[in-house]
Design a protein around this ligand. Structure first.
Ligand code: HSE
Length: 343
């Protein structure tokens, strides 16, 4: 049995989803994969940091979260800074789940550089550092034989990255196009049921889909970051956020939605990137699709991506794109991939 010790940086929706899955399924993972995943540290802005080298039971963390305090949780250390936890704890995997900043990537970038510097693997669902600094971090990780898991950055636990990297890249991925933001797709779907934009956005926030600052969703930055990640990782295109021709959905009214419906069409926020002989095109744009289009039927917080390949033509993957359990599971996928790589 191989044990992986995890330090969770951040304990919001994704961290709690991960803890719930570990609580419910650790025995299954041990039995099926011969791997144990143990949380030894947790770092938060709201309740401070805990480090207990022998392990912090996930259920206890969830109870502490509900109670709003970790006073009752037994931990050897409560005063280590996040940097000390990353560098000096016995964790061998840093699970970076702090908030997303698509302009600076901080504080996640500093945490991840510290983790790599200390010889620790990284798993993250944080789009900021991956969209803005992945090539630099990958080079460092490779030079030290470390892994960086990023499945949760695109389409939550739906394996959009792993499927493409493990199975499709050899077929030559020339284009990716899809619905990459759950919040906006949820809002557009609700507006088709005559629910006002502001109410639908509030629902998406309550369901845990939206970013801490929902402008990231409704103005298209989140989808643009995912386009950048796909372009860099899967298509070898070194794009940045500035390369994406981006527009969001906040200008759309119930009348616009209705007008599309009357013409047998639906509004979708479509992210795409395509390689040409002469370069690339990359965009995030609200688009009216005929209802017969495969992406038009993708409703609610569900995401979808179509990869166009030289050898296989189009491959479409449809699945959850946001949510607590859904993104928590992406961390499990990366942990199991790390375990396969280490075995
Ligand atoms: N806010 C994002 C979304 C979360 O709605 O898709 C997942 O990246």
């Amino acid at each position: 049995m191989k044990t992986y010790r995890l330090a969770l940086i951040g304990f919001g929706n994704v961290g709690q989803g991960l803890a719930q899955i570990l609580h419910e399924r650790s025995a299954f993972f041990a039995e099926t994969y011969n791997a144990r995943f143990e949380v030894v540290a947790i770092c938060t802005l709201s309740k401070g940091n805990l480090y207990h080298p022998a392990g912090l039971p996930p259920q206890t963390l969830l109870e502490g979260q509900s109670a709003g305090s970790w006073a009752k949780i037994h931990a050897d250390h409560r005063d280590w800074s996040t940097n000390e936890v990353i560098v000096n704890s016995n964790a061998d995997v840093i699970v970076e789940l702090s908030y997303t900043d698509l302009e600076t990537a901080e504080p996640a970038l500093t945490y991840m550089r510290a983790a790599l510097g200390a010889g620790k693997h990284i798993i993250t669902a944080n789009k900021g550092p991956v969209a803005l600094h992945y090539p630099e971090m990958l080079a460092t990780a490779r030079s030290k034989n470390l892994q960086i898991g990023v499945e949760g950055t695109v389409m939550s636990g739906t394996p959009a990255i792993t499927l493409a990297m493990d199975s499709l890249m050899g077929a030559g991925v020339t284009k990716a196009m899809g619905i990459l933001n759950g919040t906006t797709n949820y809002i557009l779907t609700q507006m088709e049921h005559n629910i006002a934009y502001a109410d639908a956005l509030q629902e998406a926030q309550e369901k845990g889909y939206a970013e801490a600052n929902p402008s990231g969703d409704v103005d298209g930055y989140d989808a643009a970051a995912k386009v950048v990640i796909i372009a860099n990782l899967l298509m070898g295109l070194p794009l940045t956020m500035a390369d994406i021709d981006r527009k969001g959905i906040s200008h759309l009214t119930l009348d616009d939605i209705q007008a599309a419906q009357n013409a047998n069409e639906r509004w979708k926020l479509i992210g795409s990137v395509e390689k040409h002989d002469s370069g690339f095109t990359a965009s995030v744009q609200p688009t009216r699709l005929p209802v017969s289009h495969p992406l038009a039927g993708v409703a609610g917080a569900t995401n979808a991506i179509t990869y166009t390949t030289d050898l296989l033509g189009d491959i479409t993957l449809i699945g959850p794109g946001a949510g607590r359990q859904e993104t928590g599971y992406a961390i499990i996928e990366d942990l199991l991939a790390l375990h396969r790589q280490q075995s």
